[in-house]
Design a binder for this molecule. Structure first.
Ligand code: PMP
Length: 437
C-alpha cells in the first residue's frame, strides 16, 4: 500500500479518530466508499494525496466563495502571521471586520466574534432567552444550526411541542423547551404560537435552508415569521452561517428584505479560518458581557489571522463578484437540468445564488420530509460517477453544492458534460438491474 493512498490514510485515521474524520459527513457514510485525503487546494480544485485533481463543489462547506488559496487572502494571512498568531487582547483587525459586517448587513448594529457557527447560534439563543426572559425556542425540521444541545431536536411523532433530541447525550431538559415545526409551514408555526407564543424567546431559521439540500423559503414564509414573532414579543434569529454573504451582499435577509433581530454568521466571514459571529440590534447586543449580564467569552475569539482572512474575503465581494457568481450558478443549474432531461433521469435542481442542490425527485422539495423522500441510492450512484470523473460533490443529498468565483464558465461546461455522462451511466445501470425502469 502506497503511503499516499487515500485508503492508507483513511485506515490510519480510523484508528485514532472516530470514523476517521473530524466532522461526520466527511466519512462518506451517506454515499459509501472512502474519502480522498486532500493535500492542497487551489482555485476551484482539490488535489488528493495521490495527486488526483477534482473540481470542488464542497468549498469547505461554504467559506471558499473566492476559490481556494486566493492570492489576496494568502497575502493578508502572510502579513498578519508576521505579527504573531494570537494576542488575547483587543486588536484592530477585529474592529475592521466588525465594521465591514455592520456596513453590509443593515440589521446588524453590533457584532460579537466567536470561533464557529455552533458557538454563534448557542450564544444567540442564550441572548434571546436573556433578553425576553423566556425559555422556548422554535426551530424548523431539517434546518441545522450546529451541534448545540437545544437545537439538536427533531419533531417527535407529530407532537410539535414536546421534542425529542437527535442525539444521545442530550439531557431531556435541554430540548424540552425546543419546539420543532416543518419548514415552510406557516399554519404549523401559527398553531405553535397560539399554544405557546407567550413562552417563545425566539424563532431561529435558516432563511434559505441549506442543510436539507437547498430549500428556498416559500413566498410569504419569512414575512410571516417576522410578523408572528413581532406580534408575540419573540425575537427572530436568522441563522446566516451558510447564506451570509453567500446568496447576496446582505445574505438571505437582503435578498428577501426582512430584518431579523439577531443574525448568526460563520464560514465566509472567516475566509476559511475558524470563525463565527452573532450580531443584531444594539439594544440586544448591549446585553452581552461586559456591556451587560449575558456571559459569553472566547480565548481565541477575534483571532487576528481569522479576522485578516475574513476581511480579505469580504473586501473582494462586490456587486460584480455577486453578478459573476450568479451567472456561473445559473448556467450550472440550466446545464444540470438539460443533462437530466437528456438522460431521462427524473430529478430537479433547486438553487439560491451560488448554493445549489440536485434532488432525484419528480417534485419540488419544500420541507425536510420532501428532502427525505428523494432517492438516496441514486444520489450515491451519481456522487460516485461524478467523483470518478474528477468532480467532488458534497457526499450527501442533504448538503448544498457551492459555486465559487474560481468556477469559470469552462469549468461549469465541463461539470455539465460530466453530469450528463454520469446520469447516462446511472440510467443504464438501473435499466440493467430492472429492465422496466
Ligand atoms: N448554522 C448553519 C446554517 C450551518 O450550515 C452550520 C454548519 N454547516 C452551522 C450553523 C454550524 O457551524 P459550525 O460547523 O461552524 O459550527
Amino acid at each position: 500500500m502506497k503511503s499516499d493512498d487515500a485508503n492508507h490514510w483513511f485506515s490510519r485515521a480510523q484508528r485514532v479518530m472516530p470514523g476517521g474524520v473530524n466532522s461526520p459527513v466527511r466519512a462518506f457514510g451517506a454515499v459509501g466508499g472512502s474519502p480522498p485525503f486532500i493535500d492542497r487546494a487551489e482555485g476551484c480544485h482539490l488535489f488528493d494525496t495521490s495527486g488526483r485533481r477534482y473540481v470542488d463543489y464542497i468549498g469547505s462547506w461554504g467559506p471558499m466563495i473566492l476559490g481556494h488559496a486566493n492570492a489576496a487572502v494568502r497575502a493578508a494571512l502572510a502579513s498578519a502571521i508576521e505579527g504573531g498568531t494570537s494576542f488575547g487582547t483587543p486588536c484592530p483587525p477585529e474592529v475592521l471586520l466588525a465594521e465591514e459586517i455592520v456596513a453590509r448587513m443593515p440589521s446588524i448594529e453590533m457584532v460579537r466574534m466567536v470561533n464557529s457557527g455552533t458557538e454563534a447560534t448557542a450564544s444567540a439563543i442564550r441572548l434571546a432567552r436573556a433578553a425576553t426572559g423566556r425559555d422556548r425556542i422554535v426551530k424548523f425540521e431539517g434546518c441545522y444550526h450546529g451541534h448545540v444541545d437545544a437545537l439538536l431536536a427533531a419533531a417527535g411523532s407529530g407532537v410539535a411541542t414536546l421534542s425529542l433530541s437527535d442525539s444521545p447525550g442530550i439531557p431531556r431538559g435541554a430540548v424540552e423547551s425546543t419546539i420543532v415545526v416543518p419548514f415552510n409551514d406557516r399554519d404549523a408555526l401559527r398553531g405553535a404560537f397560539e399554544r405557546r407564543g407567550s413562552d417563545v424567546a425566539a424563532v431561529i431559521v435558516e432563511p434559505i435552508a441549506g442543510n436539507m439540500g437547498v430549500v428556498p423559503p416559500a413566498p410569504g414564509f419569512l414575512e410571516a415569521l417576522r410578523e408572528i414573532t413581532a406580534a408575540h414579543g419573540s425575537l427572530l434569529i436568522f441563522d446566516e452561517v451558510m447564506t451570509g454573504f453567500r446568496v447576496g451582499p446582505a445574505g438571505g435577509q437582503g435578498l428577501y428584505g426582512i430584518a431579523p433581530d439577531l443574525t448568526t454568521l460563520g464560514k465566509i466571514i472567516g475566509g476559511g479560518l475558524p470563525v463565527g459571529a452573532y450580531g443584531g440590534r444594539a439594544d440586544l447586543m448591549k446585553q452581552v458581557a461586559p456591556c451587560g449580564p449575558v456571559y459569553q467569552a472566547g480565548t481565541l475569539s477575534g483571532n487576528p489571522l481569522a479576522m485578516a482572512a475574513g476581511l480579505a474575503t469580504l473586501q473582494q465581494l462586490d456587486d460584480d463578484a455577486y453578478a459573476t457568481l450568479e451567472r456561473a450558478s445559473a448556467s450550472l443549474e440550466a446545464g444540470l437540468l438539460r443533462a437530466l432531461e437528456r438522460s431521462g433521469v427524473t430529478g430537479i435542481v433547486q438553487r439560491a445564488g451560488s448554493m445549489l442542490a440536485l434532488f432525484f425527485s419528480g417534485r419540488p422539495v419544500r420541507c425536510f420530509k420532501d428532502a427525505q423522500a428523494t432517492e438516496a441510492r441514486r444520489f450515491a450512484a451519481f456522487f460516485h460517477a461524478m467523483l470518478a470523473r474528477g468532480f467532488h460533490l458534497p457526499p450527501s443529498r442533504f448538503e448544498a453544492w457551492f459555486v465559487s468565483l474560481a468556477h469559470t464558465e469552462e469549468i461549469i461546461r465541463a461539470t455539465v458534460a460530466a453530469a450528463e455522462d454520469a446520469l447516462a451511466e446511472i440510467a443504464s445501470s438501473s435499466k440493467e438491474r430492472d429492465p422496466r425502469a
